[in-house]
Design a protein around this ligand. Sequence first.
Ligand SMILES: [Zn+2]
Length: 478
Amino acid sequence: MSRFDSIVVDGHVVFPGYGPVRCDLGITDGKIAAITDRIASADAAEVVDAKGLLVAPGSVDCHTHLGIYRPLAPDARSETASSLAGGVTTLLSYFRSGQHYMNKTGSYKTIYPEVLALTKGNSYVDYGYHIAPMDSSQVKEIEWLVSEGVTTLKYFMFYKGLNLSASSTDGKALTMSDSYDLGHLYSIMEETQRVSQQYGEGSRIAVSVHCEDDELIRWFIDKVKREGLQGLEAYSKARPPLSERVSIHKAAAVAAATKVGLNLLHLSSADALAAALEVKNLYPDADIRLEVTLHHLGLTYQQLEGKGLGGKVNPPLRTPQDTAALWEGVRKGQVDWIGSDHACTMSSLKGDELWAAACGFGGTGLMYPFMISEGYHKRGIPLSRIVELVSTNPARAHSCYPRKGHIAIGADADLALIDLDLTKKVTAGALHSHQDHSPFEGVELKGWPVRTLLRGQTAFAGDTIVGEPRGLYIKRPV
Ligand SMILES: [Zn+2]
């Protein structure tokens, strides 16, 4: 009998903090069982040749939206296939009751088991969910949600007051709440903090916040509409960086007061990053972590001018000055992790009317290719740091570590085998997503996964998805 189920040989393995190092990996029962100089082929039932390849821990894409615009089961199936193409092996997806997603409201004790049942058997990668408590009765379910493996709760600053606005009827449909305000955020954070005390050190239970200020946005949208501006530049001006700044300060003040972990999601602008660094200084004892997305690093509204509304997203795409500032934050270690904010949004939902167009687009299939190309090749960010940004740090922050997020004895053998020299232009088709367009279309990237292993088994090779979906639910904290 072989010593290992499989071995990955002759590759250069990159670990969080150091590497790449030339070594072989032994895998047994889906876990890393040996990291050593040489393992003989005779010791394994299957040999994976990684000669000339980088062997990185599978990415943990902790910001995605499965099932937001399409039925959850097929969306999970197509979009997690895209994850594999990007070297992603763990996906954490946001879910809330109300309009979009399953168009349901009520108790998560009823809805969440339905969410899990629809995802089961349809995910090509291991998965978990973040949940947004939309009203006070759902806040009371936080303790139960955490016991079911949901260690991150979500709040949307820009939904605040939507119900109260006479001119807006869609607010109620989105939140299905009567009092979606700062008081509601306080109650979520207070309850999250209380529940988190029942869990040990290393079990981080936190609140993720989408920071854009509702009142400022409403005023700026009216202004931009009055001026008759169109296109993605108008959209950025309608939801300006100032709205992120104000919102970040409010969310951080409440998080510091309630002593709860805070994730500041998708910082899009120089000003948002500056505000996030300010609140970390203001509240040095608070656990505040910073997320930036691929598209806020890689795309600007200028770049997509005249190319339709595929790049409409919240917060909006900004300017080259903003992308430069965000890269500087990544380079200096100020940004904790990179997410894709993947939301499969068909071009039929975009149309050509700015305000009616759906928000969001896919990106999970670009996690490693984009970060290796733009971070490592173009900007000299070390591979070990790239691994921290797309795998280790999100795993730690979302209580998936040490099972996910690194290559170590006992960890799941989730691996991305990457050809650092492979150059390809992004096309919608090559991303294996159902989405029929990509704002990254035509961008040339260098450094693509050529094989992705989920718990020791090849799930993507060459340019093909291998086998059936075998992703498992990750009950966090692991
Ligand atoms: Zn999102």
